[in-house]
Unconditional design. Sequence first.
Length: 366
Amino acid sequence: MDSSTLNDTVAMRTRLPLAATLGRPATDRRAAHIATPRISIAMPTTGYAEPFERCFRQAIGSLRPDLGDELLVVFDGAAPPPPAWLAESGATLLATGHRVGPAAARNLAAEAAHGDVLFFVDADVELAPDALERVRAAFTADPDLCGVFGAYDAEPAAPGLVSRFRNLLHHHTHLRHAGPAETFWSGCGAMRTGAFLDLGGFDARYREPSIEDIELGSRAVAAGGRLRLDPAIACTHHKRWTLGSMIFTDVFRRAVPWTRHMLAMGNVTQRLNLDWRSRASGACAVLAGLAALAAPFLPWAVVPMLACLAAILLMNHDFYALCTRQGGLAFAAGSFLLHWLYFAYATLTFAVLVAQDRLRRVSCAR
């Protein structure tokens, strides 16, 4: 398939056509329950180089063509000619024509898919050998399950302190919150095709990787859908993080839109990054930072600073134990400092946005 053919297929909808309800009559892809569901893997990408090739080969190798599985690759932008290994793979190749973002790219894959389940996999995510069959087993065992998502494994591919810390933190957060979920994750997450179409797909107003999956998950739960986090559906993350990219992504692509979304919904979740330990750790991180700034002028401020840092250490000891096992004491110490920084800027971002929202409401009430 050449690039001109690819670029003839363009996705420019804000959402997919919205069906009436999640409980609509079962017809073709909206069947209520399939004994052995066909799975359509959807992989959006902006390039064909590594790590995409490695992740693609693992994904397509896990398919069961005898059951009707398929893989759809969506190039977000004007697609160049695909390399031979991709063009001859048997995968369905699509392109958005110009950059529209991963949300719209995944919607395009959903429109073209034939499977009963849509399995969204990021271009830098390498599935575990049994991940696809675990997804199939989850939907087979539970006819009422709307969606399921997995977790990064404890062996991140990218080297370096920041990359290993960031990926292990994601792994640990998902591992600690296995079970019923109030959100969704498109890095390695699956949803029944019928439910996805009924919900209208991802909101394509998110033009960059952001919280489009979280927003979709909140709509699914609000519509009565059941979501589940199953860390046994494992994958390896190949993303390389820098300190700057971590802070920028966490603040402007995650914390800001997520906080605004929760405020708009009038519901602040109590799970994942916002469970009690995360909130308490965030408060301690900010207080420790303030105490450290005051210490040169008020020597006694060292006491509350150390107390807050000790509290963070105790509340998150299981994560630091994981870091120690994976990289030794030096890596664990570096991870503790990064974790403190993460808690501090995430909490401050949340607090600023909540304060702005309260002031706005007071102003509007006058």
